[in-house]
Write a protein that binds this ligand. Structure first.
Ligand code: 13P
Ligand code: SF4
Length: 360
C-alpha cells in the first residue's frame, strides 16, 4: 500500500469528538524491507514472541506474520490464536482493542503493539462514562457490545461479540426472551436487528471507514460490472448492505470469495483485506466499493487510518525495546474477561469459528 491518502483531522464538518490520523505509509525499498524482516524474525525468536496481525494492516506485516509462524485473521480468531499460542509475548499488529483483548485473555503474557495510538472510531465513539449511564437507564436489557470497544466498556457488558458471531448470539438471547442494549456500531446493530427481529436498543456510533461507502455510487458500479458479486462488511450503511450478495465478517468475506464461482467482486471493507483475498482466490478480480461521488464525505478512502499506523519499523522498535506494552487494570480485566469468554465458549460449543453473519 504505497498511496498517500489525505484524511481530514480533528473536529471536522461531522464534528467527530476525536482526531482522525493522517495516513503516511512507510516507504521502503526491497532491501530495507528484507533487512527489517530478518531483524524482526530474530527478535521474535529471541523474545519468545509471536506476531498476530489483522487483515487490514499493510501486506508487508501480514507477509511477515505468515513467514514467522504468526497469524493473520479477523478479530475473534486473532484472540483465539493468541490465547492458544505458547509464546510468552504477543505482538498485535492491529488496533488497540485487539491488543487489549489479547491482554484480557492472557494476563500472564506480555502484549506489545507497534503503535499504541492505533485506535478505532467505534472504540473512541463509546466513552465508558456515557455508556455506563446509558446501561444504567435500561437495567432490563442484556448489554451486548461489539469487540471494537475499550476494556472498560467490555467490563460493563454481559456479552462481547464480533461481526462474525453477533447474529448467532443475539438469536440465542432472543430465544431466551432477552431484550438487548447494543453498542457501539449502529449499522451493525441495525443489520443484526433486521436479521434476528430481536428487541434492540442501539448506541449511536459508526466506523468512519465503512460508513464512507456509498449506496448510489455502488448501484452505478454494479451496472458497470454486472457479473461482479458484492461483498459487504456489516459496519457499512444499510443502502450498501441492501445491495450485497454476501454480508459477513472479514473471514466470512474471504471465504465467500474463495468458494464462489464468480470471477469478479466489489468489496465494501478496508482494502487491506485484498492481500489475503488474492491469496485465497488467485486469478479473481477484486474492486474497491466506491467511497467517492456526488455525496462523497470520504474520510478514509477504504483504508483504516489507525490500522495504517502499524509499520515494520515500529514493530522492530517495540520488540527491541519492549515498549508499547498493553496494560489493563486487573479489576477491569476480571470483569471484561467474562463477556469475552462467553463468546469464545459459545463459539467453541457450536464448532469454533462462526463465519460471516449471513453465509446462508
Ligand atoms: P472483524 O471482526 O471482521 O475482523 O472486523 C474488525 C473490524 O475492525 C472491522 O472494521
Ligand atoms: Fe475501527 Fe473501522 Fe478501523 Fe475497523 S475499520 S478498526 S471499525 S475504525
Amino acid at each position: 500500500m504505497n498511496e498517500v491518502c489525505e484524511v481530514t483531522g480533528g473536529f471536522n464538518e461531522r464534528n467527530l469528538p476525536y482526531e482522525v490520523p493522517e495516513i503516511n505509509p512507510e516507504v521502503l525499498d526491497e532491501d530495507q524491507k528484507e533487512a527489517l524482516y530478518v531483524r524482526i524474525e530474530k527478535l521474535l525468536k529471541k523474545k519468545d514472541a509471536v506476531l498476530v496481525a489483522h487483515y487490514y494492516v499493510d501486506a508487508d506485516l501480514q507477509i511477515l506474520a505468515d513467514r514467522t509462524g504468526g497469524y493473520v485473521s479477523d478479530s475473534l480468531d486473532m484472540a483465539r490464536f493468541g490465547h492458544e499460542s505458547d509464546a510468552s509475548t504477543l505482538v498485535v499488529a492491529g488496533v488497540r482493542f485487539m491488543g487489549e483483548t489479547a491482554k484480557i485473555l492472557n494476563p500472564e503474557k506480555k502484549v506489545l503493539m507497534p503503535d499504541l495510538g492505533a485506535n478505532c472510531s467505534l472504540d473512541l465513539g463509546c466513552d465508558i462514562e456515557e455508556f455506563s449511564k446509558f446501561c444504567d437507564e435500561h437495567p432490563d436489557r442484556t448489554v451486548v457490545v461489539y469487540a471494537n470497544t475499550s476494556a472498560a466498556v467490555k467490563a460493563r457488558a454481559d456479552w462481547m461479540v464480533t461481526s462474525g458471531s453477533a447474529v448467532e448470539v443475539i438469536n440465542h438471547l432472543k430465544d431466551k426472551g432477552e431484550k438487548i442494549l447494543w453498542a457501539p456500531d449502529k449499522y451493525l446493530g441495525d443489520y443484526i436487528q433486521q436479521k434476528t427481529g430481536a428487541d434492540m436498543l442501539l448506541w449511536d456510533s459508526s466506523c468512519i471507514v465503512h460508513e464512507s461507502f456509498k449506496g448510489s455510487e455502488l448501484e452505478a458500479m454494479k451496472k458497470a460490472h454486472p457479473q461482479a458479486k458484492v461483498l459487504v462488511h456489516p459496519e457499512s450503511p444499510p443502502s450498501v448492505i441492501a445491495q450485497a450478495d454476501f454480508v459477513g465478517s472479514t473471514t466470512g468475506l474471504i471465504n465467500y470469495a474463495k468458494e464462489s464461482d464468480a470471477k469478479e467482486f466489489i468489496v465494501a471493507t478496508d482494502r487491506g483485506i485484498f492481500h489475503k483475498m488474492q491469496q485465497a482466490a488467485p486469478g479473481k478480480v477484486f474492486l474497491e466499493a466506491p467511497t467517492a461521488g456526488h455525496s462523497a464525505t470520504c474520510q478514509s478512502c477504504s483504508h483504516c487510518p489507525w490500522m495504517a499506523m502499524n509499520s515494520l519499523t515500529k514493530l522492530a522498535e517495540c520488540l527491541e525495546k519492549g515498549t508499547n506494552e498493553i496494560f489493563v487494570e486487573e479489576e477491569i480485566r476480571k470483569k471484561a474477561v467474562v463477556s469475552i469468554k462467553r463468546l469464545l465458549d459459545f463459539a467453541k460449543e457450536r464448532g469454533q469459528v462462526i463465519y460471516g453473519a449471513n453465509d446462508a
